[in-house]
Design a protein around this ligand. Structure first.
Ligand SMILES: Nc1ncnc2c1ncn2[C@@H]1O[C@H](COP(=O)(O)OP(=O)(O)OP(=O)(O)O)[C@@H](O)[C@H]1O
Length: 215
């Protein structure tokens, strides 16, 4: 797929980024700041539009879906860890984590225990009743990871998921992502500046103006 520089119709951000992900696979995309890593993830999630090329999910051409179908697919099949977390300030940590589950109208039975178990694994179970404004950056990042993985999505899109974490916590979060992938067969597409984080992935690419180069 390709994408023009948002403010310049005649310049490419990336010209031909070709990538296929299999179920359960963990792929990392490295790249300099401003090269378009977040934009690439947003396009895959349907939050931004591409300027050419095709995008398929489980054999379905995503361009053939209308906005509602695309939103439904994103909600059910994808989990997004945003670079700036995007936690909802009016909801507690537990409510933020449970949000995709509730939006998908999944059965409520066992939900609090599921949230607690995941929060325990991420070391944030003592913060479940806190408000996002009371959290440190690292805690917010863990909440964002929990929220993106609780509903076992087929595809997890992770934008710098370890950017606010110390090396030990970063290692834990990457382990959780890998576990989530293995448990639910989720594919993970992570963009990052960090060579250390990217080393956890099975395949690594570098995003450049010409496209993705396998490392
Ligand atoms: N809505 C927008 N309007 C104008 N320019 C935009 C918009 N979104 C992104 N850009 C520009 O597109 C380029 C790519 O941005 P993007 O955030 O995808 O890069 P990135 O590789 O994720 O950067 P970083 O590593 O710093 O987060 C940047 O130059 C950015 O300023």
């Amino acid at each position: 797929m390709c994408k023009r520089v948002p403010d310049a119709a005649d310049r490419w951000l990336f010209e031909a980024a070709a990538l296929g992900l299999h179920r359960g696979e963990f792929v990392a995309v490295l790249g300099e700041s401003g090269v378009g890593k977040s934009t690439l993830l947003h396009i895959v999630a349907g939050l931004d539009r591409k300027d050419g090329g095709t995008l398929c999910f489980a054999g379905q051409d995503l361009d053939a879906l209308d906005d509602d179908a695309r939103t439904l697919l994103r909600r059910r099949q994808m989990g997004f860890i945003f670079q700036a977390f995007h936690l909802i300030p009016q909801l507690t940590v537990a409510e933020n984590i449970a949000l995709p589950w509730r939006l998908n109208a999944l059965p409520r039975k066992g939900l609090p225990e599921r949230v607690r178990k995941l929060a325990r694994f991420l070391g944030i179970d003592h913060r479940l009743e806190a408000w996002p404004r009371e959290l440190s950056g690292g805690e917010m990042q863990r909440v964002a990871v929990a929220r993106a993985t609780l509903h076992d999505p087929a595809l997890i899109l992770a934008d710098e998921p370890t950017g606010s974490l110390d090396p030990d916590s970063a290692g834990q979060v990457l382990e959780l992502l890998r576990d989530a992938g293995q448990r639910a067969g989720s594919a993970i597409l992570m963009v990052t500046h960090s060579d250390v984080a990217a080393a956890c992935a099975q395949r690594r690419f570098r995003l450049e103006r010409r496209g993705l180069r396998q490392l």
